[in-house]
Design a protein around this ligand. Structure first.
Ligand code: HEC
Length: 449
């Protein structure tokens, strides 16, 4: 009985804290609401203390960055845990109801039972919002210290992961509760709580990390180590410890778990080698050396779900190669087109004229980036027929397609934007400003607030 009753209690933070998500969802609308006979809070407080950020022209509410600023200022006008000692609750409350003597903006609430006042009181007492499963795109900024959280339905930035300087790779846990990020500045795997977007733990790695992936059952995280003779670190996600460093051939740039979950495929630029690890035993199964450095990879599937081909991009090659997974041989190379009359970008390619691949969940459409032509290029699968060249901006890099398969998200490193391309019309539908030099990008279902 007691246990059930406890479960029904609202989620609450420890005393001394107020929740940002609750503020954004429930407190901010109060500042915008028109009460009969009263001016709105925002009308005065967009230019006087406590300050609310001025709304953008035509906007009906604040964006993520503005909401965070509002939160940082307004939380200073409450005493966590104590509504009746909080200026923000006493100033606009009628004197007869326990409010203080005067507010230049008037008395908006006649009673402490007013639902708005109750909402503010709940916030001050530490009320949080429950997590819900939502689809999100995560854009890491390779020259920054933030990761932008984008809602693919509205194209708005709805959250920010902070305090990871030079984030490299990132991946969402299959249950949506965590985000794993490789941190180049600290040489750690940072575990981020999806609900609060706070870093929960930083796990030391055996060397400088590059990309990361997670097992389909969520039990292990694999980190490519770009140092020494090359390794893939294996992190146990229940104990959050680094349990094994699997030696592979050459320092590792990218690491992927195959769609069937059976293999971990690591690519080395320095040794031009693909190393395939058995995901059950965490030992090296086979390697294949190609003509130049191994860059991004993706996988096609057989009807039974097993891996058919590795599609692999290579250093200094404007295109991609196919490696037959069963025979372990390169079978084909496809060169991206040179669209006539277009300027060819050759500056700052970082040895990789085509660096980014994505396949729609139905397995029928492949996108590859072209840094030469500021574009993404669409191919039909399984016949690899060129369908369309779409200009997106300077230095397009990594790609992701959220689970519904409707849109492609492109990290455009040279323009500090994430570009959204509709997979049906194959046209750019949105350019979203993000942080410094956006590269790695991923998407999936997150349990967020
Ligand atoms: C008509 C303009 C106006 C409106 C509307 C208004 N305020 Fe004010 N507010 C003021 C002025 C002027 C002051 C400074 C004088 C004072 O403390 O009363 C102030 C002060 C405050 C303070 C105290 C700041 C301090 O330094 O102690 C808080 C908190 C506050 N307002 C909250 C609100 C909230 C919440 C609303 C909406 C429910 C609101 N205000 C609506 C004009 C306004």
């Amino acid at each position: 009985m007691t246990a059930l009753w406890l479960l029904a209690l609202p989620l609450a933070l420890p005393a001394q804290q107020v929740d940002y998500a609750y503020f954004k969802q429930h407190v901010q609308p109060i500042f915008l609401k028109k009460r009969p006979g009263h001016a709105r809070c925002v009308t005065c407080h967009d230019h006087r203390s406590p300050q609310l950020q001025p709304l953008a022209a035509g906007a009906s509410t604040w964006d993520e960055a503005q909401s965070r600023k509002n939160f940082a200022i307004w939380k200073l006008f409450v005493v966590p845990g104590q509504p009746l000692k909080s200026q923000m609750l006493l100033h606009p409350l009628a004197r007869a109801a326990g409010g203080d003597s005067f507010h230049g903006g008037g008395k908006h609430w006649q009673s402490q039972n007013d639902p708005e006042w109750q909402t503010l009181a709940a916030w001050v007492k530490g009320q949080t919002v429950p997590a819900s499963a939502v689809t999100r795109v995560l854009q890491s900024n390779s020259a920054g210290d933030t990761i932008h959280v984008i809602d693919p339905a509205t194209h708005q930035v709805v959250g920010m992961i902070e305090d990871i300087e030079v984030p490299h790779g990132l991946v969402i846990s299959p249950d949506g509760s965590r985000i794993y990020v490789t941190n180049e500045s600290r040489v750690t795997l940072d575990v981020v709580d999806a609900g609060s977007l706070a870093v929960l733990r930083r796990i030391p790695l055996s060397g400088l990390p590059n990309n990361v992936d997670v097992a389909k059952d969520g039990r292990h995280v694999y980190v490519g180590i770009r140092q020494g003779t090359g390794a893939v670190d294996v992190i146990d996600t229940s104990t959050l410890t680094n349990v094994k460093s699997v030696p592979v051939k050459g320092e590792i740039h990218n690491v992927y778990v195959t769609p069937d979950g059976k293999h971990v495929v690591a690519g080395s630029i320095a040794s031009s080698t693909i190393s395939v690890i058995d995901a059950a035993t965490h030992t090296l199964s086979w390697t294949l050396t190609l003509s130049s450095g191994i860059r991004p990879m993706t996988f096609t599937r057989n009807a039974d779900g097993s891996t058919k081909d590795i599609i692999v991009q290579l250093s200094d090659f404007h295109g991609f190669a196919l490696v037959d997974f069963a025979t372990r041989k390169e079978t084909r190379r496809i060169t991206l087109p040179d669209p006539p009359g277009q300027h060819k970008e050759t500056e700052g390619l970082q040895g990789s004229p085509s660096h980014g691949l994505a396949i729609t969940p139905d397995g029928k459409l492949l996108w590859a980036t072209s840094k030469y032509y500021d574009s993404v290029m669409a191919y039909s699968l399984p016949d690899y027929k060129l369908l369309k060249v779409v200009k997106v901006g300077l230095h397009p890099d990594w790609l992701t397609i959220p689970p519904d398969g409707k849109q492609l998200f492109v990290a455009v490193a040279g323009d500090d934007i994430t570009v959204v391309v509709d997979n049906k019309t194959m046209e750019v539908v949105k350019k979203i400003p993000v942080g410094a030099v956006p590269k790695r990008i991923t998407s999936g279902v997150l349990k967020m607030k």
